[in-house]
Every structure is written in structure tokens, then in C-alpha cells.
Write a protein of this length. Sequence first.
Length: 135
Amino acid sequence: MSSDNKFPIIYRLQQAQEALNDAQLLFDHNGTARAIINRCYYAIFYAVQALLEIKGLSTSKHSGAIALFDKEFVKTGKFKPIFSKDVHMAFEMRQEWDYKIIAKLDEINEQELLKTAQKFVARSEEYLRIQGYTI
């Protein structure tokens, strides 16, 4: 694959890392739950987009990207089902915190979501590295 074709994948990985860094800074400096959840979700979402890029897939809808991730990476065994659960959970939390008037954290707190996002991005980077892509 030419370096021009690798650019979108590498760019998405960089976005995922930046969002993770932002989430960590917010967490470390008592940022709002809304902001931490948003940055954690986007770290995962950008990693999903990088994964989809290697398959030549994209979609303008977040739910579509998640469905494609499940189809192309979870159902094929490339990613364990826990990663699908993590993506869906982060998406639902971000939806609730960004769009509902009243939102509350139930079983998960911001620190747990940050760890989940870190784990998801690390696994995505590992998979992409094996495929020949690195930041």
C-alpha cells in the first residue's frame, strides 16, 4: 500500500491518541464527566474508523461505523466480543451525556471508561501494526 493510502489510517490513529490524551488530561485535572466521556468515546470511534479504512469502508453515521466494526472485526474473530461491548457502551454513554437533559453514570465511572478507551485504542493499534500501519 502506498504511503498516500496509509495517510487516512495513520491520521485516524493520531486522532484516537489525541482524544485519549485529552481524556487523561481532563481526568487528571477534574474535568467534567461529559467532557471525559466525550473524549473517551471519540478515541474509540477514531480507532474504529482507522480499522474500517484498511477494509476500504466508511460511513457518515456513528451507528453505521459501529455496525461495520462488529461485522468486519468482531464476527470474524479479529477482535474479541468484549471490544464490541465496549464500543456500544461508550457510544451509549456519549449519546446520553451529549443529548439528554439529565444524565447519570450507572455502573461505570469516568476512570473505568478511560481504561476501556485506552485498552480499545491499544488493541486497534496492535492490530493495525500487524497489518503494517503505525503512527
